[in-house]
Each structure stands twice: as C-alpha cells, then as structure tokens.
Design a protein around this ligand. Sequence first.
Ligand code: ADP
Length: 469
Amino acid sequence: MAKNKIGLKLGLVILTAFAVVILLLGWTTNRMFTNFYTAEMRTEAEELTAHFAAMSESPELMSEEALLTFADFSNVRVLYVSRQGQIVAHSGPDEALDPMLVKSEELAPLFAGGKMEREYTDAKGERYYLAARAVLNKTGEPGQTAVYVLSSTRHMDESIAAVRRVLALAGAGAFLLALGITWIIAIRVSSPLLAMQAATRSMAAGDLETRLAVHGKDEMGALAESINHLAIGLQRYRDSRQEFFANISHELRTPIAYLEGYAEVLRKGLYESEAERDAYLDIVHEEAVRLQRLVDDLFELAKMEEGKISLSLEWIDLAELAQSAVQKIKLKADEKRLTLQTKLNSQVPLLYGDGLRMEQVLLNLLENAVRYTEKGSILVELDERPEYAFMAVEDTGIGIPEAELSNIFERFYRVEKSRSRQHGGTGLGLPLAKKLVELQGGQLLVFSQPGRGTRFEIRWAPERGEEQP
Ligand code: ADP
C-alpha cells in the first residue's frame, strides 16, 4: 500500500468528502422528519384539546362521562383539573395519576384564559405530549376546570425510529458504494502513475527502449505520450551522440596516422632526396591543416547547436560579396581549368545578414563545386523571383545521386569518401553552411543530376531586403 500512496490519499479525500456529505444529508433528513412529526403531533394535540374544551363547555350536549369515553376512542387521555390543581376526573384506567403531572405554576396563566403545552414523561418512562386549556363558562370566562389532553408520543417515536433506521441503512449503503467507487478511481489514477514512475526509473537507468501504453486522451494519456516522446528524443540523442563520437574518432584517426607515419619517416631520415623530404613535409603540413579545419568546423557546429553563435548583422550587397568570393576561388578553379562565370542581378535587394558568414557559406559551396567538378564551368547566380531572392552556385561536375540528396547535409556524410578526403574535405562543410543560412532566416537547397552537375541555392524572403536603408 505504501507504493500506492497517491491512491490512498485520493481515496481518503474522496471518502471523507463522501462521509461528510452522507452525514450532513442524514442529519438534515432526520431533523426534517423529526420536526415534521413533532409539528404534526402538536397540531393534532392542540386541536384535540380545543375540541375537548369546546365540548366540555356545553355539558347539555355531551356529559363528562361520554367525553371521557370518547377520549378512550381517540387514543388520548383527558383529565379535568380544578383551579386548585386537583385532578377531578380522567379517562382511561381508574388508577392514581402522577400528582406531578399538574404543575401549580402553570395554573394561574391557564385559568387566565391561556393555553399550555409541554412534554411529559411518566413514572414508567413513557413520553407524552401535554396540551391544556381552561374550560370557559357560559359568559365566556375561564370556569372552574381546565382540560388536559395527554397524547402518547410512542407512535411518533416509532415513526422517527423507522425513518432513522432507513437513513442509517441508506447511509451505510451509500458509504459502501462510495468505498467501492473510490477504490476503483484510486486504482485507475494511481496505476498509470506507478507505471510512469517505473518507466522513468528504467529510462534513468539507461533503458531507453521503455515505452508506456497510452490510454485515452486525458491528462494521464498526454503525460504518458510526453514520456514516450522524451524516451524517443533521448534515444535519438544517444544514438546520434554515439555516431558522432564514432565519426569524430574515425575522422581524427586518419590524419593522425599520416602525421605519425610521416614524422617517423622524417625522423629516421627515410628519404632519398631533398625533394622527397619536402613532399613528406607537405603531407604533414596538409594533414595538420586538415586537423585544424576539422577542429574549427566541429567547434563552430557545436556552438551553433548550443545557440551560442553570435551574428553581426548588417546590410549586405550580395553581388559584391559574390564577386569577392569568386575572386578568392579563382586560383583553385584555374588549377583545374574550370571556367568561373557570374550572373548577378544588381536589382536584388540588400540582405540583412552576417557578411563574413555569408561569404563563408558561399566559399564553401564554391570549394565543393571546384572539388567535385573535373571539366566545364561554375556559375554564381544572384537573382529574384516573385516569392524569393536567391544566390546559386551551379557546377557541371559529377552530381549527387538522388537517393543521397537528403543525406548530404548530415554531419560527416560524404557521397564519395575517398574523393572528399583526397581534397581535404571534412564532411562538415554543408551541415555548417545550412545552419548558417538558416540562422540568417534563409534556406539552403540542392538540385543535382549525376554526371551533369549540381546546383546549390540559398533562398531568402525578399521582404527582408525591403526594410533596407
Ligand atoms: P566535404 O568536406 O566532404 O566536401 P561537405 O559537407 O561540404 O563535405 O559535402 C558533403 C558531401 O556532399 C561531399 O562529400 C560530396 O559527396 C557531396 N557534395 C557536396 N558538394 C557537391 C558538389 N558540388 N557536387 C557533387 N557532390 C557534392
């Protein structure tokens, strides 16, 4: 039960509320019935007393004896009491009546024309309702006697007791029902919570395969669904982290192996000419540069993923930026005898972005274009369409198979590993470029046909440019 504390607490609260309601309801009903029976009885007794008093005022119509006999039939006891408090006549068995029945202090107001009523309990403990009135004489003044009517409360007490029994039974039944319902509710509420507790514990212990069954669309269902989403997210995070570390180690291992190998060769003087030595030194340098790039790119990506990168935004003239980037890549393009072309629409509005980052993206796209193109040309285009403005880098290179298009923006993904490595690629260029473009509110898209060429397009909403100074 200690495990099921929430169910217990909830159960206790519901049961207490139920008990309070049942008790209040029982108490009110009991009061209602008691008041009703008492009022009924009082009215009846008063009416009877008035009746007997009226009949006693006309002895010519009915004798005292006949009245007393009539009282027997009415299930009441009638007593005639003198002004001095003496019981002068009474109905019922001829026994001595309790002298305490008549209280001397009540006589004066009674014979002054008033009425009197109260409860009376006899020597045997039997309860009565007592009502009295003075019998008026011919002149309408209170005469020498008063009529006392004693009505037994037994019938009323029995009725009230019966009502109480029914109330107690109904109360006990309602309480048992409430107990049952509470138990069911408590189990229904606590069992999914306990399942969630168990699931989150096993997730914390590393079992991210755990899933909860989602029942219904209420808050519990929503919570279970959120926990499942959390588990899926954590699992994805763990898998990608593992993959990421595996990739990093792999990426680091190759240049380090080269550095080790060639450093060893140089240290042991295992070269035959100065030229050979310089070639080895060049390799060592290239690999060191690649390591540096890898570390820089990783650092950039990590910063971006943590949202820690700060952009210095300004109005950028993209035509100018494109010209400068083309200038920088010209040497590499010339080495491969590739033609560099530009088609720049100077009407394209300025872009509010980070100039250096945009150049970094463009250079990355241009380097890739040179890297994966053997002959033909590379075109840099800047233009706008009704819905967007764009800057594109198009090449006539090897292209990317359609099935690979969706993967090239993933970290360390390369279509052709060896070619990328051979040219110093890290497999981080495109993911970085995409993130940078998105950070500036744009989109990076790719269109490619294997064997014919690739086109990368940076698109942004032209509204951004409309606010320009
Ligand atoms: P890398 O450093 O390997 O170039 P990137 O992230 O820049 O890494 O690119 C990922 C992969 O996308 C590359 O390895 C290459 O296979 C493919 N790729 C990128 N640009 C081009 C292009 N212009 N033509 C053909 N393939 C490309």
